[in-house]
Write a protein that binds this ligand. Sequence first.
Ligand code: COA
Length: 197
Amino acid sequence: MNDTPRTYPRTVNCNGTTVELRLMRPDDADALRAFVATLPEHDLLFLNRDITHPKVIDAWGEAIAADRVKSLVAVENGVIVGCTAIVVHDLFWSRHVGELRVLTSPRLRGVGLGRLLIQECFIQALEMGLSKLCVQMTVDQQAAVASFEGLGFRAEGVFRNHVRDRSGVMHDLAILSHDVGEAQARMAAFGMMDHLS
Ligand SMILES: CC(C)(COP(=O)(O)OP(=O)(O)OC[C@H]1O[C@@H](n2cnc3c(N)ncnc32)[C@H](O)[C@@H]1OP(=O)(O)O)[C@@H](O)C(=O)NCCC(=O)NCCS
């Protein structure tokens, strides 16, 4: 990979649907709220933050403005259909580790958008100097587990009854991780870096 910073927006094709990927901006708050309103209750049950709460979206915007979080949005015809976040805790002993969050619109799942967003996040993580990305999900989020495992993430551990969903039910939490350098090597081996550049 060359040293030129990745530029956005980028246009990608998800199985026939044209989507623009760009950096999230603080003024995306209203569009993000509209996106969150399209998410099924099942997704919201498992998110580690209640993103339906206005304070959470406002805090997200503030974190982006302060460069504490890197986020992308996927936009189709002016409407947000996906987003990512890489959260780094700067003053923490794991500051080489980014916590990755990815969400795609249920309307566009299974057409490759999640994979493209996660691959973009690998590139962003490299640019941020991170060496590892972690993602948290409950073990019963089978589509999410399959998506991340398909991209080379591996389970590092399971915390029993670590998540209490919005209806009060307990779930086991899985932490999956991926070495960022290894991800770059895998993408290069499959010719994806060229495809993505
Ligand atoms: C996880 C998520 C981002 C995947 O997004 P997506 O747009 O459907 O992903 P893709 O279409 O790129 O599919 C990625 C891979 O997962 C596989 N996959 C997707 N849905 C699947 C399902 N229901 N069952 C099994 N595999 C599935 C795809 O086959 C694909 O594998 P491949 O590239 O080897 O063919 C999406 O399901 C989501 O937003 N879930 C809710 C939020 C969440 O749980 N996020 C993860 C924790 S932060």
